[in-house]
Design a protein around this ligand. Structure first.
Ligand code: NDP
Length: 332
């Protein structure tokens, strides 16, 4: 399977190129950049044959079966629509788009065209999160009453570009991190938030976009979810907790790109560490995507998952702006 990379991005060079090449029979043929020189040096650095500044030129290459879109967020929709029209399978970065209607159109059009469309939500691929999901699904904590997500991090210096100062490119901590937390909560609880309240603000980095947000979500089961995302917290650490009628799960340092972190289960029997498999998150996501393309499985997060995580993030932003409870609009 041959890939085209749409976007000479850091996530591609840091994680996804390696994850594509870890799959049997996968090769990277081309990369698209807006800059001739950046595209050429990206291609040379990563052993990629072709670099383009023209999306149509990349998409016209019939040897390319799939594209990975990791440009800034405002470009995902037009680039995905062009790739789908060209008959390419699409793995798209989160957030899928700037608006719900754009994201819905991407997913609907891919389905009509018969190509695989997936969202790169890495966290649900982590061994830690698979183990947590297993505990919840197997009733180890009973009925879930509440969840807490701690995802306030220190945005690394090299990522302090469009994320902190460019609303038009999809900057802000809500499209960056809240979307991941929405996907992770949906993955664990197998239900979609109904409505949200939120407060957001700037705590040192955000310039025209929020760099911090706290929100509370109501779930159809009655469970309550509390989340905190930020770019400015150097020492907070990340984590997720689920509290149920029969026990609680405490997971620390698991809202991350690496296969790390600790999980503890506390119930009437006492407290125990939970073991889990420490595989590469992106390798697993790419493996499942390739299996979906070859007809033997499903991507770990599909297009609908990407629509729903975006819908929750948009509701959180709207709730923070309006100061009122906001119903999540999943686009019917
Ligand atoms: P980058 O800022 O690294 O890349 C985005 C665009 O910026 C690139 O397409 C590139 O444009 C341009 N660019 C890249 N490096 C430079 C540079 N040194 N100087 C100038 N411009 C540069 O973004 P990220 O990789 O952090 O994020 C890209 C997408 O991936 C976003 O949608 C983000 O939300 C998502 N993401 C997802 C993660 C996940 O784990 N699922 C983790 C991180 C990001 P051009 O292509 O035109 O050369």
């Amino acid at each position: 399977m041959r890939w085209g990379l749409i976007g000479a991005s850091r996530i591609a060079s840091g994680y996804v190129i390696d994850a594509i090449r870890a799959q049997a029979d996968c090769e990277i043929q081309s990369v698209l950049s807006t800059s001739t020189s950046r595209g050429a040096s990206f291609a040379a650095n990563h052993g990629i044959a072709d670099s383009y500044t023209d999306l149509d030129a990349l998409l016209t290459d019939a040897s390319v079966d799939a594209v990975y879109i990791s440009t800034t967020n405002e470009k995902h929709h037009p680039q995905a629509m062009a790739a789908i029209a060209a008959g390419k399978h699409v793995l798209c970065e989160k957030p899928l788009a700037m608006s719900l209607s754009e994201a819905c159109e991407m997913v609907r059009t891919a389905e009509e065209k018969g190509v695989v469309f997936a969202t790169n939500h890495h966290l649900r691929n982590a061994g830690s999160h698979l183990a947590i999901q297993d505990l919840i699904a197997n009733d180890r904590i009973g009925k879930v009453l509440s969840a807490r997500v701690f995802h306030a991090v220190n945005l690394p210096e090299h990522l302090r570009g469009w994320r902190i100062n460019d609303a038009a490119a999809g900057g802000g901590v809500i499209p960056d991190i809240t979307v991941h937390d929405a996907d992770t909560i949906r993955f664990h609880l197998s239900e979609d938030p109904v409505d949200v309240v939120a407060k957001s603000g700037s705590s040192g980095l955000g310039d025209g976009v929020e760099d911090s947000v706290m929100s509370v979500w109501s779930m159809p089961s009655g469970a309550m979810v509390q989340t905190h995302e930020s770019f400015t917290h150097g020492y907070a650490g990340t984590g997720i907790e689920f509290h149920g009628t029969k026990g609680s799960i405490f997971a620390r340092n698991v809202m991350t790109q690496e296969p790390v972190g600790e999980i503890r289960l506390v119930d009437a029997q006492g407290e125990a560490a939970v073991a889990y498999e420490k595989h590469n998150l992106y390798h697993r996501a790419l493996g499942l995507f390739v299996e979906a393309v070859t007809g033997s499985g499903q991507p770990s997060a599909d297009g609908v998952d990407g629509v729903k995580s975006l819908a929750v993030a948009l509701a959180v932003r709207e709730a923070a702006k309006s100061g009122t409870a906001t119903t999540v609009d999943y686009g019917g």
